[in-house]
Design a binder for this molecule. Sequence first.
Ligand code: HEM
Length: 199
Amino acid sequence: MNGWRLLGSLTVLLGVLVVILGSSHGWDVEGLRLAIRATARTSLLLFALAFTAGPLLQLAPNEGTRWLRRNRRYLGLAFAISHFVHLGVIVVLALTDRALFWTLTNLNTVVLAGAAYLFIAAMAVTSFDRTAAWLGPRRWRLLHLVGGWYIWVSFAVAVGKRVPLDAFYWPMAVVVVAIAAVRLVAMRRRSRRQVQVAG
Ligand code: HEM
């Protein structure tokens, strides 16, 4: 499956998941918290695939990594949808139980993690041929480079602060570290190759 059909299927799956989790507790705060955590995890998975699509094809060209690179845009858009659902359920939780909301998060997170949403929105909007052309290739690369790493830092903080509390978060921490390693190794290989060519 590829392209818009892939995005459509992932969006439906996400919707079904949120409805099952939310309604499993009658949409009370426990159900909302389940949905918030689940959408953070689907977001991490989709972000990891989009964030490493180019480098994985560079490092290991095969049918799988070609599929990943071909569908990077749709995986990125699926991440944006998943994470705006994360935000939407968080807003419902804040309206349902404000005191609980402020025990689960703080103003720093709202400001710094909130800024991640500005990047997610800008990257999603510029994921189309017309808007990417309007922005121009140099600014597009800069936005997706800085935005991509800002979102990575947001995941590293959100997962990192939970690792000492629960071993459940170790696999998520391994994913966060592994995707950074893939990007950095590919970047290093590219710059070495450029030096050789220039040389
Ligand atoms: C306005 C911004 C945000 C707010 C207010 C917020 C709030 C929350 C809350 C309250 C939880 C805990 C839910 C619970 O345990 O019941 C949570 C979990 C989480 N959030 Fe967010 N979040 C925000 C943005 C982000 C961003 C930008 C990222 C990463 C890019 C992120 C990643 C996560 C992760 C990884 C978890 C842990 C999920 C789990 O337990 O598996 N959040 N968030």
